[in-house]
Design a protein around this ligand. Structure first.
Ligand code: AVI
Length: 320
């Protein structure tokens, strides 16, 4: 790790431009075009996501924070005080502040794919929590990722908020949870936020807000591809679309081509018909029993589940 300040070290396992190029070209060449949702989170995309979390339509963030505030002491007791806390997809590290205050870990390991965002929040947290050492880790946890863990650490706790697990296909979600289970080891605990199924109108509004922030977030993927992969995509030539699929219990986000068009990315040409879309994200919504089954398949037992009074969102404490 690279020393950033007295209590912050930086570990970089970030995806390379070659990884991104290969994934984008494979997605655009597929019969049903898709792009991996992790590519949303460049610096601008991470800022746009932060703006989404403040929209009135986007209930998950404020609801989860409400659950964390209401039950933080109980959660801290379950996770065990004074140990090591890993956070997957830490972003601007807003939610963790409630937990850090209650848990007082020796070491905090925020893991995020967005380098600048990660470092900015690690520095800010270091000034607020003076007794915790921070190992800021830039990594793509959708792949087989590593963490800067010392071999003698015991009682590891992990925090995976925001229902980011819902952005993985169920098979991939199971694989990721299994990976986390192995990283934290026997007796380790995972506190994970999971969005619940609900009225499709509420769900679709959350992913297609009136101000159009989510549409800008979705199209920013194209701007990023233009910049990093020498593309000529016109973001305005694609319409933002978000639909709830009840059969799969997921919101699907798409960028729908407004016309027949050809685009170039990294020296290759791709054709779109009018109405043809790029599938950019799924956001699965699990009811309590379905998620508990997924957790069990990954080697966890459920210790406790908390929800808000309206049953919009859930937080599960899992034990390995
Ligand atoms: C990060 N993730 C959990 C968000 C979600 O709700 O699936 C990403 C998002 N996409 C559109 N709005 C928010």
């Amino acid at each position: 790790g690279e020393e950033i300040s007295e209590r912050v070290r930086f570990y970089d396992y970030h995806p390379t431009p070659a990884d991104i190029r290969a994934e984008v070209l494979a997605g655009l060449a597929a019969p049903a075009k898709y792009l991996p949702p992790k590519l949303f989170y460049d610096e601008r995309g991470s800022q746009l996501f932060d703006a989404i979390t403040e929209l009135s339509e986007y209930y998950p963030t404020r609801t989860e924070i409400g659950i964390l505030r209401a039950h933080g002491a109980e959660m801290a007791e379950r996770l065990g005080r004074g140990s090591v806390l890993i956070e997957l997809g830490s972003g601007s590290s807003l939610k963790i502040q409630t937990l850090l205050a209650a848990l007082e870990p020796r070491v905090y390991i925020p893991v995020d794919i967005s380098r600048e965002h990660l470092l900015k929040s690690a520095r800010a947290l270091a000034t607020r929590f003076e007794d915790v050492r921070i190992r800021a880790t830039c990594a793509d946890y959708s792949r087989d990722f590593e963490l800067p863990l010392d071999p003698d650490w015991r009682d590891l706790a992990a925090f995976f908020p925001g229902s980011s697990i819902g952005n993985f296909e169920p098979t991939e979600a199971r694989r990721l949870l299994t990976r986390v289970a192995n990283l934290i080891g026997d007796g380790g605990r995972l506190l994970i936020g999971v969005d619940l199924p609900k009225d499709p109108l509420i769900l679709e509004a959350a992913y297609d807000d009136a101000q159009g922030v989510t549409a800008v977030f979705n199209r920013n993927l194209l701007t990023r591809i233009n910049r990093e992969l020498d593309g000529d995509l016109d973001p305005q030539a694609f319409a933002h679309q978000a639909r709830f699929n009840a059969v799969h219990s997921r919101v699907g986000m798409h960028l729908v081509s407004r016309t027949d068009q050809q685009v170039r990315v990294a020296g290759e040409v791709f054709s779109f018909r009018q109405g043809e879309s790029i599938h950019t994200e799924n956001s699965y919504k699990y009811d309590l029993t379905d998620f508990q089954r997924l957790a069990r398949e990954a080697g966890f037992t459920t210790e406790q589940v908390w929800t808000d009074p309206e049953q919009l969102f859930s937080v599960h404490c899992l034990r390995r």
